[in-house]
Design a protein around this ligand. Structure first.
Ligand code: ATP
Length: 366
């Protein structure tokens, strides 16, 4: 495939049309993937979408049934795990309970026959990195969940692998600790500039931590891009709704003018940026609830789209609104600060406003 010459690409990890079948299950369909050197890349998707299989293929725990995998420009397809250079952190941490913190971290170095004085120095540096310098002689059972996780991280990075692989490393931790560790792992990864692949089913985690995210479903990458790309410009309905709440706005194309395309949304005429669609075509758009603002219906000047309030839920700083535009349900989140109190009782009619540039035309989900 001349389009994806791995030698010429700056990617540290590169999949070229990688397929993975288990008997009759196809876990991955012809996956193409490029992970830039020094970046943190998140594989995000629901259970069974193929995230872990992708990670295990990078490690060499599994081999593809078709296609090629390159690490730092070298074709590693078929190379077993023990001949590859990666550090890995698992969901369960997988520390050795009978070894101290320092011995846990030293384990991989001993296996690689690193000289003893060098081991001591590297272990001390790795523990310093995760701020566990004073915990070297403790046993895992004497540590909190977050500390155990940091030991697992130190153990994974201590031999300076080409790639760091993290398989849902935070899912065993409670919410507060998880959010703290998200930031810690991100800082550690940036300090080390270590190419890192992170598996998660938590969209906020992926958006918070990653340079780039691949959203997966049914063994296919639905979209890969920066957190902002995939959140603001989702390609299809799956990506739009998997990454948090999104309205799906149904529309019919009424025609095209010099200024753009005219569409009908539940009886309202809207003008959007010109898109190549013929009159009568039915389209679906994603529109985030926070992109919608509300105002009163003011006399005869009908700007905006009129909507009926179904329910308003007060949330302190915000109000969550369930609305209806000519029978089409739409949600909005409005900030309460400085907003004139309005009648938001069920049945009240309000005007909705949004920048049509925030309506993202969706492709069918493959
Ligand atoms: P989860 O979040 O639940 O771990 P995942 O996205 O990591 O899910 P994978 O573990 O990669 O998903 O699995 C992808 C598909 O491949 C699933 O349908 C799974 O049942 C199947 N699969 C994975 N490993 C094997 C195996 N060793 N034998 C048979 N089928 C497998």
């Amino acid at each position: 495939n001349a389009m994806t010459s791995p030698a010429a690409s700056p990617a540290d990890v590169c999949f070229v049309q990688v397929e993975k079948k288990f008997d009759t299950t196809t876990a991955l369909h012809s996956l193409d993937l490029e992970i830039e050197r020094g970046s943190l890349f998140a594989l995000l998707g629901p259970s069974g979408c193929g995230k872990t299989t992708t990670l295990r293929l990078i490690a060499g725990f599994e081999q593809p049934t078709a296609g090629h995998i390159y690490i730092r420009g070298t074709d590693v397809t078929g190379l077993p795990a023990y001949k590859r250079s990666f550090g890995m952190v698992f969901q369960s941490f997988a520390l050795f309970p009978h070894l101290t913190v320092a011995e846990n971290v030293a384990f991989g170095l001993k296996m690689r026959n690193v000289p003893k004085p060098e081991i001591a120095a590297k272990v001390a540096a790795a523990l310093e990195l995760v701020e566990l310098g004073t915990f070297a002689d403790r046993y895992p059972r004497q540590l909190s969940g977050g500390q155990q996780q940091r030991v697992a991280l130190a153990r994974a990075v201590v031999f300076e692998p080409d790639v760091l692989l993290l398989d849902e490393p935070l899912s065993a931790l409670d919410k507060m600790l998880r959010e703290q560790m998200q930031v810690e792992i991100r800082h550690l990864q940036q300090r080390l500039k270590m190419t890192t692949v992170f598996v998660t089913h938590d969209q906020e985690e992926a958006l918070t931590m990653a340079d780039r995210v691949a959203v997966m479903k049914d063994g296919r990458i639905q979209q890969a891009g920066t957190p902002r790309d995939i959140y603001d410009r989702p390609l299809n309905e799956f990506v739009a709704t998997f990454l948090g709440a999104s309205n799906i706005i149904e529309a019919t194309v009424k025609g095209t003018e010099d200024t753009g395309t005219v569409i009908d949304v539940a009886g309202n005429t809207l003008r959007i940026r010109a898109i190549p669609a013929t009159t009568g075509t039915r389209l679906r758009f994603a529109l985030r609830p926070e992109k919608i603002s509300i105002g009163p219906i003011t006399g005869s000047t009908t700007t905006g789209v009129s909507a009926t309030v179904r329910e308003a839920i007060y949330r302190g700083s915000q109000t969550l609104l369930y609305l209806d535009i000519g029978g089409m349900p739409v949600n909005a989140v409005v900030q309460n600060a400085g907003v004139e109190p309005m009648n938001l009782e069920p049945g009240a009619v309000v005007a909705l406003h949004w920048d049509n540039a925030n309506m993202v035309a969706l492709e069918p989900t493959p």
